[in-house]
Design a protein around this ligand. Structure first.
Ligand SMILES: Cc1cc2nc3c(=O)[nH]c(=O)nc-3n(C[C@H](O)[C@H](O)[C@H](O)COP(=O)(O)OP(=O)(O)OC[C@H]3O[C@@H](n4cnc5c(N)ncnc54)[C@H](O)[C@@H]3O)c2cc1C
Length: 382
């Protein structure tokens, strides 16, 4: 039985070692990973990589945030194909180099693309060295720019603006938000107003910024401020990587580009094709949710190949939120409670927590155990 996993990001990098473990119980299980990049990258760590104030610190952080798949999964038995999937059919995937790979089961975890360097462009086939050069060049641009604007006030924009101010206190950092306020619950909004005031980062809410050039001036619509910038950083606009489904399954893609799946993450009507993580139309797009979906999938899949029990329906959960508001501080929101620290501008507890999660993502065995535990905690009755 041949199982093809497309994408070794948050979901894929948890599913792959789990499938390899299953090989011990199901002899005939052949596992293949296809990814357009040859390396694993911990996406939530990318803001920190780009904000580092010098080359040595950048290289150190880059090495903590990326690693070749062959190194990460050196203890597991699978075949890696470094290619981009161009088209998916009912029983085969076609690659950018015109080759094809057949499958009995396809686990499609191709995630989403981002309009700036926070994620490698999934339309390109990337080597680790190319990725390092791309990020290094962008970091250099940040270092040499005095006035920087960040567009988008979600997690990425908040982290980028506050990390930059933390590492470069003399730069002018401005954040633009197209909505009325930060897109979070009121308690977090209040905490963020505190943080941005204290750090002296100007935020313009309700201002949609479009058609930016490399440098220039933005005139705000409401207050008529003129904001000069040497560099703009897009921190918004994720696009699901559903293009390979466009030709053969156009009716399964919704108006925002997400692939519609059933309660078991299967492509409706096709029991052998699963779509997991950012690319499907289930819930918000978060690392922790991609992990929970991955564990749920593997539980069902294990039962399927062993031919026991019928599959369990996936139940959505409210995940805890954790994000940084500077190099050494963060805010979290767990079970309706905001944790902001004593002075209400973030706590190092969140930073240590995130560093721990990053570290464990590079230890596949521990990562599997930890996520099994988190899944049980989130779904106590299963
Ligand atoms: C800068 C940034 C910071 C973030 N911070 C947080 C955070 O703090 N907390 C949080 O919960 N979430 C965060 N997120 C969101 C989180 O990273 C995503 O929700 C998560 O990575 C989704 O996991 P995934 O496995 O679905 O996809 P990804 O992790 O995007 O993995 C997709 C994989 O598929 C590969 N791929 C794509 N297309 C193809 C193709 N056609 N052929 C072959 N391979 C392909 C890619 O190379 C990649 O390896 C952040 C996102 C960004 C961009």
């Amino acid at each position: 039985m041949k199982v093809v996993v497309v994408g070794g990001g948050a979901a894929g990098s948890l599913i792959l070692p789990k499938l390899c473990q299953l090989q011990k119980q199901v002899d005939s299980l052949e596992v293949v990973l296809i990814d357009s990049k040859e390396f694993f990258e911990f996406t939530p760590g990318m803001v920190s990589v780009l904000s580092q104030p010098n080359l040595n610190a950048f290289l150190k952080e880059f090495n903590k945030t990326t690693t070749l798949y062959e190194d990460l999964f050196s203890k597991f038995k699978f075949k890696f194909i470094h290619q981009r999937v161009k088209t998916v059919t009912e029983n085969e995937v076609f690659l950018q180099n015109s080759e094809s790979v057949s499958f009995d089961f396809l686990i499609y975890c191709a995630g989403s693309n981002y309009p700036s360097v926070f994620k490698p462009d999934s339309f390109k086939v990337f080597k680790l060295t190319e990725r390092r050069e791309e990020l290094q060049a962008f970091r250099q641009q940040i270092e040499t720019s005095k006035d920087i604007i960040c567009i988008g006030a979600g997690i990425v924009g908040i982290e980028m603006a506050t990390d930059l101010k933390g590492y470069y206190p003399d730069k002018t950092i401005t954040l633009f938000n197209s909505r009325e306020d930060f897109p979070m619950v009121q308690e977090i909004q209040e905490a963020l107003h505190n943080v941005f005031n204290k750090q002296n980062i100007k935020v313009f809410h309700n201002e949609r910024v479009e058609n930016l050039s490399n440098s220039g001036t933005v005139t705000t619509k409401h207050s008529n401020d003129h904001i000069h910038y040497d560099l703009s950083i897009m921190c918004t606009g994720i696009k699901p990587n559903s293009q390979p489904f466009q030709e053969h399954f156009p009716s399964h893609i919704n108006s925002k580009g997400y692939i519609h799946v059933n309660q078991y993450f299967q492509l409706e009507g096709y029991n052998s094709i699963y779509c997991i993580g950012d690319v499907n139309d289930v819930q918000e797009k978060l690392y922790s949710l991609a992990h929970l979906q991955a564990i749920h999938f593997i539980k069902n899949f294990t039962q399927l190949v062993k031919q026991i029990n019928s599959p369990m329906v996936y139940k959505t959960v409210d995940p805890p939120l954790m994000f940084s508001v500077g190099p050494k501080k963060g805010i979290s929101y767990i079970n309706g409670k905001v944790i902001t620290g004593f002075d209400k501008t973030g706590t190092c507890f969140v930073t240590y927590n995130r560093q721990f999660f990053q570290w464990i993502n590079f230890k596949p065995n521990l990562n599997m155990h930890l996520n099994d535990f988190i899944y049980k905690f989130a779904h106590p009755y299963e």
